[in-house]
Design a protein around this ligand. Structure first.
Ligand code: ADE
Ligand code: ZN
Length: 324
């Protein structure tokens, strides 16, 4: 299984670039930028990665992102991720970044986008990895701040394919950002949103009906509503599922309880992704392996999951053909 997984050509559609910041690079950047981390050793950092909920993770994740200051820092974290993609036969990536995490600390939008984009361009040329960039709004912040971020992004529209919605889900439903996403749709951004990770199935319906998403990030709580599951199957709305993340953040009690394979067998267009691999103990192949080891998955099903990752991507039909 491990060998098959390693060899499968894959796409990654749910990856927060700030969540790929490994403790080693975090320490190196902290030292370079004269930032004091609340940890003395890499061991201490890893011990702190013991989460009980999405919020318990986000608190640590936002603190970690504070070490990213210069364009080269954003380049470095992105390049490190792309090297792992190369090693894991990930041929196409659609990565998230959270501009507000950085602009709120006084880092220019431009610094963030240019650092990430330069690494993505180098990744295309030197590693043959194709990529798209998706900007996420932090849902715990206001609609007004999201509008401001949308406005700032327009200068870099040639570098950003779409928009998403992430951060603390419960209490911040998609409806809070309905007007922002309508404006995003108007300017031609592709639309995705985290929904149904910790929030119930109504968050998924709102993401579909109010934000007009093309994909749902996570979406695992869809199975609380049979009508919703039928709808996802009929419309083939993809779910970007992140199995290790769901277990680490206790969205599911164990990998054996994960519903990804049940959803796949029902006909939902599910994909496997890593979310924040530096925090959850695995990149894409480790996520496939964790699913395969716990859930009696056949080789055909693993291949289908990998094919789904291209099918659910924003690549053109011709590009999808090329990859699969
Ligand atoms: N930001 C980074 N990872 C996230 C997740 N799993 N859910 C919501 N926001 C996030
Ligand atoms: Zn996520």
């Amino acid at each position: 299984m491990k060998e098959l997984i390693a060899k499968l050509p894959k796409a990654e559609l749910h990856l927060h670039i700030e969540g790929s910041l490994e403790p080693e690079l975090m320490f190196a950047l902290a030292q370079k930028n004269n930032i004091t981390l609340p940890y003395k050793t890499i061991e201490e950092v890893k011990n702190a990665y013991n989460f009980t909920s999405l919020q318990s993770f986000l608190d640590i994740y936002y603190a970690g992102a504070n070490v990213l200051i210069t364009e080269s820092d954003f380049f470095d974290v992105t390049w490190a991720y792309l090297l792992t993609c190369k090693a894991q036969n990930v041929l196409h990536v659609e990565i998230f970044f959270d501009p507000q995490t950085h602009t709120s600390r006084g880092i220019a939008f431009e610094t963030v986008v240019n650092g990430i984009t330069k690494a993505l361009q180098k990744g295309e040329i030197e590693l043959g990895i194709s990529s798209f960039l998706i900007m996420c709004f932090l849902r715990h912040l206001s609609e007004e701040e999201a509008f401001k971020t949308l406005q700032e992004s327009l200068l870099f529209k040639d570098k950003i394919l779409g928009v998403g919605l992430d951060s603390s889900e419960v209490g911040h439903p998609p409806s809070k950002f309905e007007r922002v996403f309508a404006a995003c749709e108007n300017v031609g951004y592709k639309i995705v949103a985290h929904a149904g990770e910790e929030g119930d199935s109504s968050y998924i319906w709102e993401a579909i009906n109010l934000l007009h998403v093309k994909r749902i990030d996570h979406g695992i709580r869809c199975d609380e509503d049979a009508t919703l599951v039928e709808f996802l199957i009929e419309k083939q709305i993809p779910l970007t599922v992140c199995p290790l993340s769901n277990v680490k953040l206790r969205a599911v009690s164990s990998m054996r309880e994960h519903n990804i394979i049940n959803l796949l067998r029902k006909g939902v267009l599910v994909t496997i992704n890593s979310d924040d691999p530096a925090y959850f103990g695995g990149y894409i192949n480790e996520n496939y392996e964790a699913v395969a080891n716990s859930l009696h998955v056949s080789q055909e099903e693993l291949k289908l999951l990998a094919q789904n990752s291209f099918k659910a991507s924003f690549l053109s039909e011709a590009q999808k053909q090329h990859f699969t």
